[in-house]
Design a protein around this ligand. Structure first.
Ligand SMILES: [Zn+2]
Length: 263
């Protein structure tokens, strides 16, 4: 079993990551990257691997944002940065620096290209910060171009789950089982509203072995995918699949979570 640091590229919300904003075209790169990363993490865990999201919640500059990702990924075997490209090209390319990285990149690229994207090859990623500074075997995936209509149409028709499966298969060699006629849903996700409730959310996500996101980073796709959504703190309950666990302040919220877990 391996350890995977999964990096959903960018993620700047109102300056929270110092301007690390990503591309915007027919799709918003940072949202797509987070959706796919969240599903990839969930699937890697279901195969028995360790996987976690290294996107920071705050950063003072783009460099700080990138360095924080590298720091969070330091103990992993693999660092996998997920991006979408811009500039009007077509297809998938994956960057790597080391030979080991290029081998993994080739495997992931083959799987994504099998879905129908044009193969732009494995490219030298020496100029990319997260590849240069990461200790683990590192790759940076550019799935397709957000500003090329045919790529975006293909992306939408394939769907983020199949794209995520391709990434996981490329990384691990394991085929992802899909239930016949039904989308292989993400079962659980833990969502916290305020930074103060992050610790309580971590306890529950650890217990449930499921991904965790902040409310700001929760996208509609992930809401739709998940069977159960645990909202930690506050009183926000966007739909009937949501289970709200909340106290009157951060301490009683932690108590409520521990009670829920049975501790
Ligand atoms: Zn990017």
């Amino acid at each position: 079993m391996s350890k995977f640091a999964i990096d959903p590229g960018h993620g700047d919300v109102h300056g929270s990551l110092g301007g690390d904003g990503g591309a915007v075209g027919y799709l918003i790169e940072q949202n797509c990257a987070l959706n796919i990363a969240t599903i990839v993490i969930n699937k890697l865990k279901s195969l028995g691997h360790e996987a976690w999201n290294v996107r920071p919640s705050t950063a003072g500059s783009v460099t700080d944002s990138l360095q924080k990702r590298c720091n969070s990924g330091e103990s992993a075997d693999y660092f996998v940065s997920i991006h979408l490209n811009a500039g009007g090209g077509k297809g998938t390319e994956i960057f790597a620096v080391s030979d080991a990285g290029k081998k993994v990149a080739g495997n992931v690229l083959n799987e994504i290209v099998n879905l129908g994207f044009i193969n732009r090859g494995v490219k030298d990623g020496r100029s990319l910060y997260v590849l240069r500074r990461s200790k683990p075997v590192a790759i940076l995936i550019e799935i397709c171009f957000v500003d090329t209509k045919s790529d975006v149409d293909l992306y939408n028709s394939i769907g983020i789950e199949k794209i995520s499966n391709a990434i996981v298969k490329g990384l691990t060699g394991s085929e992802i089982k899909e239930q016949e006629g039904e989308r292989n849903k993400m079962k659980n996700i833990v969502v916290y509203g305020e930074g103060a409730d992050k610790r309580a959310a971590e306890y529950l996500a650890d217990y449930l072995k499921c991904p965790m996101v902040s409310k700001e980073n929760l996208s509609q796709d992930v809401l739709d995918f998940s069977e159960k959504i645990y909202i930690i703190g506050g009183n926000w309950k966007p739909n009937s699949k949501c289970i709200l666990i909340s106290g009157s302040d951060r301490y009683t919220t932690i108590k409520e979570v521990l009670k829920f877990i049975g501790k």
